[in-house]
Design a protein around this ligand. Structure first.
Ligand code: GDP
Length: 300
Protein backbone atom coordinates (compact mmCIF):
# COMPACT_ATOMS: atom_id res chain seq x y z
CA UNK A 1 0.00 0.00 0.00
CA UNK A 2 2.79 2.39 0.85
CA UNK A 3 4.48 1.40 -2.34
CA UNK A 4 1.33 2.19 -4.30
CA UNK A 5 1.16 5.57 -2.67
CA UNK A 6 4.80 6.31 -3.27
CA UNK A 7 4.75 5.30 -6.89
CA UNK A 8 1.53 7.04 -7.73
CA UNK A 9 2.17 10.13 -5.70
CA UNK A 10 5.14 11.09 -7.83
CA UNK A 11 3.25 11.28 -11.09
CA UNK A 12 -0.34 11.78 -10.08
CA UNK A 13 -0.43 14.12 -7.15
CA UNK A 14 -0.14 17.18 -9.38
CA UNK A 15 -3.70 16.54 -10.48
CA UNK A 16 -4.97 16.27 -6.92
CA UNK A 17 -3.08 19.37 -5.85
CA UNK A 18 -4.47 21.51 -8.62
CA UNK A 19 -8.01 20.28 -7.91
CA UNK A 20 -7.61 21.11 -4.23
CA UNK A 21 -6.18 24.49 -5.11
CA UNK A 22 -9.12 25.26 -7.37
CA UNK A 23 -11.76 24.09 -4.94
CA UNK A 24 -10.21 26.14 -2.18
CA UNK A 25 -12.73 26.57 0.53
CA UNK A 26 -15.35 28.98 -0.62
CA UNK A 27 -17.60 29.92 -3.50
CA UNK A 28 -16.37 29.28 -6.98
CA UNK A 29 -16.89 31.30 -10.13
CA UNK A 30 -17.62 29.75 -13.53
CA UNK A 31 -13.98 30.05 -14.60
CA UNK A 32 -12.89 27.93 -11.65
CA UNK A 33 -15.49 25.28 -12.44
CA UNK A 34 -14.27 25.22 -16.00
CA UNK A 35 -10.72 24.79 -14.81
CA UNK A 36 -11.75 21.94 -12.55
CA UNK A 37 -13.45 20.30 -15.49
CA UNK A 38 -10.38 20.77 -17.68
CA UNK A 39 -8.10 19.34 -15.01
CA UNK A 40 -10.21 16.19 -14.80
CA UNK A 41 -10.38 15.86 -18.58
CA UNK A 42 -6.63 16.35 -19.00
CA UNK A 43 -6.06 13.66 -16.38
CA UNK A 44 -8.06 11.33 -18.64
CA UNK A 45 -11.17 10.82 -16.54
CA UNK A 46 -13.31 11.18 -19.63
CA UNK A 47 -16.31 13.44 -20.15
CA UNK A 48 -18.98 11.22 -18.55
CA UNK A 49 -17.11 10.70 -15.28
CA UNK A 50 -15.93 14.32 -15.24
CA UNK A 51 -19.49 15.55 -15.57
CA UNK A 52 -20.65 13.23 -12.84
CA UNK A 53 -17.93 14.45 -10.47
CA UNK A 54 -18.41 18.14 -11.23
CA UNK A 55 -22.19 17.86 -10.79
CA UNK A 56 -21.75 16.31 -7.36
CA UNK A 57 -19.14 18.86 -6.29
CA UNK A 58 -21.33 21.74 -7.47
CA UNK A 59 -24.37 20.44 -5.62
CA UNK A 60 -22.46 20.07 -2.36
CA UNK A 61 -20.78 23.43 -2.63
CA UNK A 62 -24.04 25.16 -3.58
CA UNK A 63 -25.55 23.57 -0.48
CA UNK A 64 -23.08 25.59 1.55
CA UNK A 65 -21.60 22.69 3.48
CA UNK A 66 -18.07 23.43 2.32
CA UNK A 67 -16.47 26.43 3.90
CA UNK A 68 -12.94 25.41 4.75
CA UNK A 69 -10.07 23.72 2.95
CA UNK A 70 -10.28 20.50 4.97
CA UNK A 71 -13.98 20.31 4.11
CA UNK A 72 -13.19 20.79 0.43
CA UNK A 73 -10.60 18.07 0.66
CA UNK A 74 -12.98 15.66 2.37
CA UNK A 75 -15.65 16.36 -0.22
CA UNK A 76 -13.29 15.86 -3.15
CA UNK A 77 -11.97 12.67 -1.58
CA UNK A 78 -15.40 11.15 -1.13
CA UNK A 79 -16.64 12.17 -4.57
CA UNK A 80 -13.55 10.71 -6.26
CA UNK A 81 -13.74 7.48 -4.28
CA UNK A 82 -17.43 7.15 -5.16
CA UNK A 83 -16.59 7.59 -8.84
CA UNK A 84 -14.24 4.60 -8.52
CA UNK A 85 -17.02 2.28 -7.36
CA UNK A 86 -15.48 1.05 -4.11
CA UNK A 87 -18.29 -1.51 -3.86
CA UNK A 88 -16.98 -3.55 -6.81
CA UNK A 89 -15.52 -6.96 -6.01
CA UNK A 90 -11.80 -6.77 -6.80
CA UNK A 91 -10.73 -10.18 -5.59
CA UNK A 92 -9.04 -12.48 -8.09
CA UNK A 93 -11.06 -15.67 -8.43
CA UNK A 94 -8.27 -18.19 -8.32
CA UNK A 95 -9.55 -21.00 -6.12
CA UNK A 96 -9.68 -24.54 -7.48
CA UNK A 97 -13.03 -26.24 -8.02
CA UNK A 98 -13.87 -29.84 -7.09
CA UNK A 99 -12.07 -31.46 -9.99
CA UNK A 100 -10.57 -28.54 -11.88
CA UNK A 101 -8.15 -25.73 -11.12
CA UNK A 102 -9.15 -22.11 -11.09
CA UNK A 103 -8.63 -20.83 -14.64
CA UNK A 104 -7.59 -17.30 -15.56
CA UNK A 105 -7.22 -15.98 -19.08
CA UNK A 106 -5.00 -12.96 -19.52
CA UNK A 107 -5.85 -10.97 -22.64
CA UNK A 108 -4.67 -7.70 -24.11
CA UNK A 109 -2.70 -6.14 -26.92
CA UNK A 110 0.97 -7.05 -27.19
CA UNK A 111 3.25 -4.64 -25.43
CA UNK A 112 0.72 -3.69 -22.77
CA UNK A 113 2.51 -5.88 -20.20
CA UNK A 114 0.48 -9.07 -20.50
CA UNK A 115 3.31 -11.55 -20.00
CA UNK A 116 4.93 -9.50 -17.26
CA UNK A 117 1.62 -9.19 -15.41
CA UNK A 118 0.98 -12.93 -15.80
CA UNK A 119 4.37 -13.62 -14.21
CA UNK A 120 3.81 -11.15 -11.40
CA UNK A 121 0.36 -12.53 -10.68
CA UNK A 122 1.78 -16.06 -10.57
CA UNK A 123 4.32 -14.87 -8.06
CA UNK A 124 1.60 -13.44 -5.81
CA UNK A 125 -0.43 -16.66 -5.99
CA UNK A 126 2.60 -18.90 -5.38
CA UNK A 127 3.57 -16.76 -2.40
CA UNK A 128 0.03 -17.34 -1.17
CA UNK A 129 0.67 -21.09 -1.22
CA UNK A 130 -1.05 -22.01 -4.52
CA UNK A 131 0.36 -24.32 -7.12
CA UNK A 132 0.30 -22.42 -10.38
CA UNK A 133 0.66 -23.48 -14.00
CA UNK A 134 1.31 -20.92 -16.71
CA UNK A 135 0.11 -21.54 -20.26
CA UNK A 136 2.19 -19.81 -22.94
CA UNK A 137 -0.53 -19.31 -25.54
CA UNK A 138 0.95 -16.05 -26.79
CA UNK A 139 2.45 -17.43 -29.97
CA UNK A 140 2.30 -14.09 -31.73
CA UNK A 141 5.48 -12.78 -30.18
CA UNK A 142 8.37 -15.20 -30.60
CA UNK A 143 9.99 -14.41 -27.25
CA UNK A 144 6.80 -14.49 -25.20
CA UNK A 145 7.00 -18.19 -24.35
CA UNK A 146 10.64 -17.88 -23.28
CA UNK A 147 9.77 -14.86 -21.20
CA UNK A 148 6.92 -16.73 -19.52
CA UNK A 149 9.13 -19.74 -18.89
CA UNK A 150 11.68 -17.50 -17.20
CA UNK A 151 8.93 -16.13 -14.98
CA UNK A 152 7.71 -19.65 -14.20
CA UNK A 153 11.21 -20.70 -13.13
CA UNK A 154 11.70 -17.54 -11.16
CA UNK A 155 8.46 -17.81 -9.17
CA UNK A 156 8.21 -21.59 -8.93
CA UNK A 157 5.31 -22.25 -11.29
CA UNK A 158 4.88 -24.95 -13.92
CA UNK A 159 4.69 -24.00 -17.56
CA UNK A 160 3.15 -25.45 -20.72
CA UNK A 161 4.38 -24.19 -24.05
CA UNK A 162 3.81 -25.34 -27.58
CA UNK A 163 6.02 -26.01 -30.53
CA UNK A 164 6.85 -23.01 -32.66
CA UNK A 165 3.85 -21.87 -34.65
CA UNK A 166 1.46 -23.96 -32.56
CA UNK A 167 -2.16 -22.93 -32.36
CA UNK A 168 -2.83 -20.74 -29.28
CA UNK A 169 -6.06 -22.61 -28.59
CA UNK A 170 -4.20 -25.93 -28.62
CA UNK A 171 -1.70 -24.63 -26.08
CA UNK A 172 -4.50 -23.23 -23.92
CA UNK A 173 -6.22 -26.62 -24.08
CA UNK A 174 -3.02 -28.49 -23.17
CA UNK A 175 -2.34 -26.10 -20.29
CA UNK A 176 -5.69 -26.76 -18.69
CA UNK A 177 -5.46 -30.55 -19.28
CA UNK A 178 -2.03 -30.61 -17.70
CA UNK A 179 -3.30 -28.49 -14.83
CA UNK A 180 -6.15 -30.92 -14.18
CA UNK A 181 -3.84 -33.90 -14.51
CA UNK A 182 -1.22 -32.58 -12.10
CA UNK A 183 -3.78 -31.12 -9.71
CA UNK A 184 -2.51 -27.54 -9.64
CA UNK A 185 -4.66 -24.88 -7.97
CA UNK A 186 -4.59 -22.28 -10.71
CA UNK A 187 -3.91 -22.19 -14.45
CA UNK A 188 -3.13 -18.80 -15.94
CA UNK A 189 -3.19 -18.66 -19.73
CA UNK A 190 -1.21 -15.85 -21.37
CA UNK A 191 -2.95 -15.28 -24.71
CA UNK A 192 -1.86 -13.53 -27.87
CA UNK A 193 -3.03 -10.01 -28.58
CA UNK A 194 -2.95 -9.29 -32.23
CA UNK A 195 -5.29 -6.45 -32.91
CA UNK A 196 -4.57 -5.71 -36.53
CA UNK A 197 -7.56 -7.70 -37.64
CA UNK A 198 -10.48 -7.68 -35.32
CA UNK A 199 -12.00 -10.83 -36.78
CA UNK A 200 -8.67 -12.62 -36.33
CA UNK A 201 -8.63 -11.67 -32.69
CA UNK A 202 -12.27 -12.59 -32.26
CA UNK A 203 -11.73 -16.00 -33.82
CA UNK A 204 -8.62 -16.71 -31.83
CA UNK A 205 -9.68 -15.52 -28.41
CA UNK A 206 -13.14 -16.97 -28.78
CA UNK A 207 -11.60 -20.28 -29.71
CA UNK A 208 -9.17 -20.19 -26.78
CA UNK A 209 -12.03 -19.60 -24.39
CA UNK A 210 -14.22 -22.29 -25.95
CA UNK A 211 -11.60 -25.03 -25.82
CA UNK A 212 -10.69 -24.16 -22.25
CA UNK A 213 -14.33 -24.23 -21.20
CA UNK A 214 -14.64 -27.76 -22.55
CA UNK A 215 -12.51 -28.80 -19.61
CA UNK A 216 -12.98 -26.28 -16.84
CA UNK A 217 -14.95 -23.13 -16.08
CA UNK A 218 -13.07 -19.91 -16.73
CA UNK A 219 -13.02 -17.89 -13.50
CA UNK A 220 -11.44 -14.70 -14.71
CA UNK A 221 -10.76 -13.00 -18.00
CA UNK A 222 -8.32 -10.25 -17.13
CA UNK A 223 -7.79 -7.51 -19.69
CA UNK A 224 -4.36 -5.90 -19.53
CA UNK A 225 -4.34 -2.21 -20.49
CA UNK A 226 -1.38 0.14 -20.66
CA UNK A 227 -2.20 3.30 -18.71
CA UNK A 228 0.29 5.40 -20.66
CA UNK A 229 -1.68 5.15 -23.91
CA UNK A 230 -4.71 6.91 -22.46
CA UNK A 231 -7.74 6.96 -24.69
CA UNK A 232 -6.35 4.28 -27.01
CA UNK A 233 -6.65 1.88 -24.12
CA UNK A 234 -10.38 2.41 -24.16
CA UNK A 235 -10.55 1.68 -27.85
CA UNK A 236 -8.74 -1.60 -27.16
CA UNK A 237 -10.97 -2.36 -24.21
CA UNK A 238 -14.10 -2.00 -26.34
CA UNK A 239 -12.78 -4.42 -28.94
CA UNK A 240 -11.88 -7.05 -26.36
CA UNK A 241 -15.15 -6.63 -24.51
CA UNK A 242 -16.95 -7.53 -27.74
CA UNK A 243 -15.04 -10.78 -27.98
CA UNK A 244 -14.97 -12.07 -24.40
CA UNK A 245 -16.64 -11.24 -21.11
CA UNK A 246 -13.98 -9.31 -19.25
CA UNK A 247 -14.15 -9.84 -15.48
CA UNK A 248 -11.41 -7.46 -14.47
CA UNK A 249 -8.73 -5.09 -15.72
CA UNK A 250 -5.02 -5.03 -15.01
CA UNK A 251 -3.85 -1.47 -15.57
CA UNK A 252 -0.11 -1.48 -16.17
CA UNK A 253 2.57 1.23 -16.20
CA UNK A 254 0.73 3.50 -13.79
CA UNK A 255 4.22 4.42 -12.58
CA UNK A 256 4.96 6.01 -15.93
CA UNK A 257 2.05 8.36 -16.43
CA UNK A 258 0.29 11.32 -14.91
CA UNK A 259 -2.87 10.11 -16.59
CA UNK A 260 -4.01 7.70 -13.92
CA UNK A 261 -7.49 9.10 -14.45
CA UNK A 262 -7.95 6.41 -17.07
CA UNK A 263 -8.86 4.12 -14.14
CA UNK A 264 -12.12 6.00 -13.72
CA UNK A 265 -12.95 5.83 -17.39
CA UNK A 266 -12.11 2.17 -17.89
CA UNK A 267 -14.39 1.11 -15.08
CA UNK A 268 -17.15 3.41 -16.26
CA UNK A 269 -16.94 2.15 -19.84
CA UNK A 270 -16.56 -1.55 -19.17
CA UNK A 271 -18.58 -1.79 -15.98
CA UNK A 272 -15.88 -4.07 -14.57
CA UNK A 273 -13.39 -3.29 -11.84
CA UNK A 274 -9.72 -2.53 -12.22
CA UNK A 275 -8.42 -5.36 -10.03
CA UNK A 276 -4.66 -4.97 -10.29
CA UNK A 277 -2.26 -2.19 -11.15
CA UNK A 278 1.27 -2.43 -12.50
CA UNK A 279 3.67 -0.03 -10.83
CA UNK A 280 6.98 -0.95 -12.41
CA UNK A 281 8.94 -3.64 -14.19
CA UNK A 282 10.06 -5.50 -11.08
CA UNK A 283 8.64 -8.78 -9.85
CA UNK A 284 6.89 -7.15 -6.91
CA UNK A 285 5.41 -4.28 -8.84
CA UNK A 286 1.86 -5.55 -9.12
CA UNK A 287 -0.61 -4.36 -6.51
CA UNK A 288 -4.29 -4.79 -5.83
CA UNK A 289 -6.20 -1.70 -6.89
CA UNK A 290 -7.65 0.08 -3.88
CA UNK A 291 -9.84 3.11 -4.63
CA UNK A 292 -9.24 4.78 -1.25
CA UNK A 293 -5.46 4.42 -1.43
CA UNK A 294 -5.49 5.57 -5.06
CA UNK A 295 -7.45 8.72 -4.25
CA UNK A 296 -5.27 9.44 -1.22
CA UNK A 297 -2.21 9.20 -3.44
CA UNK A 298 -3.93 11.47 -5.95
CA UNK A 299 -4.64 14.09 -3.30
CA UNK A 300 -1.07 13.86 -2.00
P1 GDP B 1 3.21 -8.20 -23.61
O1 GDP B 1 3.64 -8.11 -25.02
O2 GDP B 1 1.86 -7.58 -23.40
O3 GDP B 1 3.29 -9.56 -23.03
O4 GDP B 1 4.17 -7.22 -22.81
P2 GDP B 1 5.37 -7.51 -21.80
O5 GDP B 1 4.88 -8.21 -20.61
O6 GDP B 1 6.52 -8.10 -22.53
O7 GDP B 1 5.72 -6.02 -21.35
C1 GDP B 1 6.14 -5.03 -22.25
C2 GDP B 1 7.10 -4.06 -21.54
O8 GDP B 1 6.40 -3.33 -20.54
C3 GDP B 1 8.23 -4.78 -20.81
O9 GDP B 1 9.41 -4.04 -20.99
C4 GDP B 1 7.78 -4.75 -19.35
O10 GDP B 1 8.87 -4.79 -18.46
C5 GDP B 1 7.07 -3.43 -19.29
N1 GDP B 1 6.06 -3.37 -18.20
C6 GDP B 1 5.08 -4.24 -17.94
N2 GDP B 1 4.33 -3.83 -16.88
C7 GDP B 1 4.88 -2.65 -16.46
C8 GDP B 1 4.56 -1.71 -15.41
O11 GDP B 1 3.62 -1.85 -14.63
N3 GDP B 1 5.36 -0.60 -15.32
C9 GDP B 1 6.41 -0.39 -16.17
N4 GDP B 1 7.13 0.73 -16.01
N5 GDP B 1 6.72 -1.24 -17.16
C10 GDP B 1 5.98 -2.37 -17.31
Amino acid sequence: LDRLRGRLARSQSAVGKSLLGLLGGGDLDEDSWEEIEDTLLIADLGSAVTEQIVTKLRAEIAGGSVKTEPQARALLRSVLIDALHPEMDRSIKALPHDATPGVLLVVGVNGTGKTTSTGKLARVLVADGRRVLLGAADTFRAAAADQLQTWAERVGAEVVRGKEGADPAAIAFDSVSKGIETGVDVVIVDTAGRLHTKTGLMDELGKVKRVVEKQAPVDEVLLVLDATIGQNGLVQARVFAEVVDITGVVLTKLDGTAKGGIVFQVQHELGVPVKLVGLGEGADDLAPFEPEAFVDALLG
